[in-house]
Design a protein around this ligand. Structure first.
Ligand code: NAD
Ligand code: ZN
Length: 360
């Protein structure tokens, strides 16, 4: 038996206002005055001086404001990498992603593609990256995905939605400042928070579970219950805890895998552009067969917070479109194997997936 030996985020700072330390954190990492720090920032913060005035800019440092309306694409990564290479005389000193999973994944992918040849679609998969990435920093502004701690960056390419999973993907530095999440809209708070909850349920109920994953998954689940089911926390406390739940949920799947909800949600994301958080919710509503307790608790949380989940999104799809979603979902074999064991193909047929998709 050979065990996976995987890297973790090398440095992390946690605390309200820790974002103010960014300048001190970055300055020793500046390679020279020609090698800028490039900030990839969610455009929801454009014009928001509360945040942007604290981004430490000097020399040729630059902020790229990027919309998170669509999830990251391989073509988008390749365009940004080309622009950076053409604009600067030297490779950047670092790439800093400030935003949710969309922006953090973009930052990770750009830092990898600045040092690796070819197009990013060639690296979608497991352990295909050859050279270390540029120094990269993740600063979440919404909690739940675990992208701040994970070994992957999920990209939609021409043929599939799949991560660049590699030892060079994790951030070198993460800044966890829960204050940055204070203005997240309620629905989005729930959707992205449920991504974390679903990570816990899929990891804790998976066949890949070991004590490493379990210890992180149980902690994250305990925090999710406190945040989404109880009324004892102030908003600040709740945001602090959700940031740590996200971290633990991400750590839990590092050594295991996600499961049925993620496999099916990737299908919705690829075909219909449904975003990850809400996509997981849409799917999870109908998975009581696989996760009875997890789905029941999810429904209590959804009702308690009065959240509406889109319905009927698959009702007008053609057979060809169902086939595309089913192909994407079925291609994620490790997810199904984790969820249902080695013989998953006996129960997960194309008809079964179509029946489930039709309910959504
Ligand atoms: P997101 O990054 O798309 O952000 C959701 C919305 O919230 C956006 O409209 C964004 O502008 C807004 N937002 C973010 N911070 C805000 C703030 N502080 N105030 C107000 N609005 C704010 O969503 P997400 O759920 O964080 O990330 C989803 C992405 O993460 C998907 O692309 C998914 O594939 C990826 N993901 C990656 C991993 C990983 O391990 N790499 C894991 C799970 C999901
Ligand atoms: Zn997820």
């Amino acid at each position: 038996m050979s065990y996976k030996n995987f890297p973790m985020v090398s440095k992390v700072v946690f605390g309200r206002g820790s974002f103010n330390q960014l300048g001190d954190i970055l300055s020793p990492k500046r390679l020279n005055v020609k090698a800028p720090f490039i900030y990839i920032v969610d455009d929801v913060f454009q014009g928001n001086s509360w945040l942007t005035s604290r981004i430490p800019l000097s020399y040729d440092d630059k902020i790229y404001y990027i919309s998170a309306n669509e999830e990251p694409k391989t073509s988008q990564v390749d365009e940004l990498v080309e622009e950076i290479i053409l604009t600067y005389k030297a490779l950047p000193s670092g790439i800093i992603g400030i935003g949710g999973g969309t922006i953090m994944d973009l930052a990770k992918a750009i830092s990898i593609m600045l040092t690796n040849e070819g197009e990013s679609k060639e690296y979608q998969g497991w352990d295909l990256v050859k050279k270390p990435a540029i120094y990269h920093v993740g600063i979440p502004t919404i909690s739940g995905t675990g992208a701040e701690v994970s070994r992957t960056t999920i990209l939609t390419g021409p043929h599939r939605k799949l991560g660049i999973n590699s030892d060079f993907t994790p951030f070198d530095q993460v800044v966890l400042d829960p204050e940055l999440t204070k203005d997240v809209p309620k629905d989005q708070w729930f959707y992205t928070g449920m991504d974390c909850y679903v990570h816990c349920i899929e990891s804790l109920n998976g066949t890949y579970l070991n004590s490493f994953s379990q210890s992180y998954g149980e902690k994250a689940l305990e925090l999710c219950k406190e945040i989404f089911l109880e009324d004892t926390l102030s908003k600040d406390e709740s945001n602090d805890k959700l940031m740590m739940a996200s971290w633990h949920g991400g750590m839990s799947i590092a050594y295991s895998q996600v499961g049925v909800a993620h496999a099916m949600s990737y299908g919705l994301g690829y075909l219909l552009g449904v975003k990850h958080g809400v996509g997981n919710c849409i799917v999870f509503e109908h998975l009581e067969e696989y996760y009875p307790e997890g789905v029941a608790m999810y429904k209590v949380m959804r009702e308690k917070h009065n959240i509406t989940i889109p319905k009927g999104i698959c009702s007008n799809l053609s057979d060809k479109e169902f086939d595309i979603m089913i192909d994407v979902a079925l291609s994620l074999e490790p997810l199904w194997e984790n969820a249902l064991g080695k013989h998953w193909k006996k129960t997960i047929t194309r008809d079964k997936l179509k029946e489930l998709y039709l309910k959504m």
